[in-house]
Design a protein around this ligand. Structure first.
Ligand code: C2E
Ligand code: MG
Ligand code: MG
Ligand code: MG
Length: 301
């Protein structure tokens, strides 16, 4: 188990040591029930429903909104808000993961089409785990869904998180290459935390890397974090990859990223993830911030 957020209380998830713990099985059973309900309208009341939230991504230099990241939210009537990371960890060990990813992709592509019909052209990024890429099924599904809703492939992006070791790199590479050929861009998520991020940079047809928020969160107060983020930005730039910083919570971090030449930022400083309906309102009110000099601040050395 790795503690992603330094400073957070680390709760080791019990199900990891007990694959078949009652808690894990019960969460999986509920998840299956949610996913087997025919669309959100038919979702059973006792397990709630899964909805997608969207968080804006902003080009740092221009202030333009370049896209959104889709993040799942599950408010369970008894469990409360289910932590997406915990949910994915549990789902990834079972066949339910396929259903979950299918639902997420279907919802997001349909949402892109809805925005389009409302005059909002947005690119949306969907998170998938490497396990989703072990078969080519996901590429077929994406191609079908894009065609059915008449959404250009360039409006969909995939963020790959390496939650599990890449068990079958050749098949993963084959799937990613197919998606790349279809025209769906691929981002390497949580860059810097994976098992072999550097290998992925060499091997995969990536368009983007996302610097993990654990580094970004610290960069305004920790010189080491700032140095790590700067070198990741430089590396990505040298490889011709777009670089996105996630977890940008304050203006100082945003200015540091701007000074370091980071392309895109995402974080609470701009906006939290929000339902699709709220996003339209947010976009209509959004005004870009003018980049200025980095204020001398709390940098610790
Ligand atoms: P991620 O893909 O790295 O997503 C970024 C996470 O950072 C999100 O957490 C987001 O809410 C959070 N975040 C954004 N801005 C800030 C900020 O300024 N400060 C802080 N502290 N956090 C910020 P979230 O929504 O809890 O999702 C956690 C992880 O769960 C995601 O990490 C992703 O790996 C996974 N996940 C979420 N939705 C999906 C999904 O639909 N499919 C899959 N496979 N994984 C998902
Ligand atoms: Mg992501
Ligand atoms: Mg990430
Ligand atoms: Mg993550």
């Amino acid at each position: 188990y790795d503690a992603k957020h330094r400073g957070d209380t680390v709760a080791v998830y019990a199900a990891e040591s007990d694959h078949n713990s009652p808690e894990r099985l019960s969460l999986l059973a509920d998840l299956r029930q949610v996913l087997e309900a025919p669309g959100s309208a038919g979702a059973a009341d006792d397990v709630g429903e899964i909805t997608m939230y969207y968080q804006p991504q902003i080009a740092i230099a221009s202030g333009d909104v370049v896209g959104v990241e889709a993040l799942l939210r599950w408010r369970h009537p008894r469990r409360g808000m289910v932590d997406p990371e915990e949910l994915i960890r549990v789902a990834e060990q079972s066949a339910v993961m396929r259903l979950l990813t299918r639902r997420v992709v279907d919802d997001v592509v349909e949402q892109i089409a809805k925005w389009s019909a409302a005059g909002i052209e947005l690119r949306a990024a969907v998170n998938v785990s490497v396990r989703d890429l072990h078969t080519g099924e996901i590429a077929d599904q994406i191609a079908d869904r894009l065609a059915r809703f008449n959404v250009p492939p360039s409006q969909l992006q995939l963020e790959i998180t390496e939650g599990a070791l890449m068990a079958d790199p050749r098949r993963v590479l084959a799937t990613i290459s197919r998606l790349d050929k279809i025209g769906v861009a691929i981002a390497l998520d949580d860059f810097g935390t994976g098992y072999s991020s550097m290998q992925h940079l060499r091997r995969l047809p990536l368009a983007e890397v996302k610097v993990d928020r654990s580094f970004v969160l610290g960069m305004a107060v920790d010189a080491d974090d700032a140095a790590i983020v700067r070198s990741m930005i430089e590396l990505a730039g040298a490889l011709g990859l777009r670089v996105v910083a996630e977890g940008v919570e304050d203006e100082r971090t945003w200015r540091l990223l701007h000074a370091a030449g980071c392309d895109v930022a995402q974080g609470w400083f701009y906006a939290r993830p929000m339902p699709a309906a709220e996003l339209a309102t947010w976009l209509s009110r959004y005004r870009p911030l003018q980049p200025g000099p980095v204020q001398p601040g709390s940098g610790r050395h």
